[in-house]
Ligand binder design. Structure first.
Ligand code: ADP
Ligand code: MG
Length: 261
């Protein structure tokens, strides 16, 4: 369902002598393949390229080289307009800070992707999808009348409303309390198990990662391992040792960053 081949993303221009030193290779030749109906967590130290990976995979950003394919369609091929159209139809995105529009109601926020895609927007569809996330009675509320957990559930409803094939979530539980986080994780899990969607979620929380079918670890913009059927302990253990084989690199890096988790 999702395929990346040698995807590289560099911020800053390495050919520009003025800025060469500040150029950052955020993704360094990432190749991966995720089957339809899978739930994958992406983990790694801060700055390891997790968000860049999601943005490139979701077509929100363009890699400098490499190929991204979603359901057999190459995202990296077409024009900006074609990419936007494809994204609106087939991809949902959930952000850590919800990214809801404060001036719109819950129902309007939820159906915005349909509206942008020129599809029919009806209130029944809004009610149906918001009921699925437990907010069927909040259609006319504004985001600022909701808790963080409720806002993120609206964001998930918005990501699901167009029935996309793939849903990307960048630290969707990062701003939530334990209970709201669990609600959000169960919704993402249901999207996979009940509705057959493919979910890719960045998280730094081993508990959140344990909801996934497998965990991909990133370090310095490269894949640094995979863990299938992850348990909380196994994830924490792997994180603690991430970067151990990078011999003489800074010991306060990857592993130590997770020591307090
Ligand atoms: P993560 O999500 O794992 O914390 P990111 O993908 O956000 O990592 O960032 C990877 C690297 O790319 C970091 O070194 C970061 O500073 C750099 N980076 C991310 N976005 C930009 C940007 N827009 N401009 C310049 N550098 C960036
Ligand atoms: Mg990030």
């Amino acid at each position: 369902m999702l395929r990346l081949v040698k995807v590289t993303k560099v911020y800053g221009d390495p050919r520009d002598p003025e800025n060469a030193a500040s150029a950052v290779t955020a993704l360094d030749g990432v190749t991966l393949s995720l089957p339809a109906g899978s739930f994958t967590a992406v983990m790694g130290p801060s700055g390891s390229g997790k968000s860049t990976l999601l943005q490139c995979a979701a077509g929100l950003d363009r890699p400098d080289s490499g190929i991204v394919m979603v359901d057999g369609e190459e995202l990296t091929g077409g024009t900006e307009a074609e990419l936007t159209k494809f994204r609106r139809r087939h991809i949902g995105f959930v952000f850590q800070q919800y990214n809801l529009l404060d001036t719109l109601t819950v129902a309007q926020n939820t159906t915005l992707p349909l509206k942008l895609a020129g599809r029919r927007v009806d209130r029944r569809r809004a009610r149906e999808i918001l009921t699925q996330v437990g907010l069927g009675d909040r259609l006319d509320h504004r985001p600022d009348q909701l808790s963080g957990g409720q806002r993120q559930r609206v964001a998930i409803a918005r990501a699901l409303v167009a029935e996309p094939r793939v849903i990307f979530a960048d630290e969707p539980t990062g701003a939530l309390d334990t209970r709201s986080a669990r609600d959000v994780l169960r919704l993402l899990q249901d999207a996979v198990r009940v509705h057959g969607r493919t979910v890719v979620m960045v998280t730094h929380d081993p508990v959140a990662a344990s909801y996934a079918d497998s965990v991909l670890f990133l370090a310095d913009g490269r894949l640094a391992g995979e863990l299938r059927a992850p348990s909380v302990d196994a994830v924490a253990e792997r994180l603690a040792h991430l970067g151990d084989d990078r011999d003489d690199r800074d010991r306060s890096g990857a592993g130590a960053a997770y020591a307090g988790v």
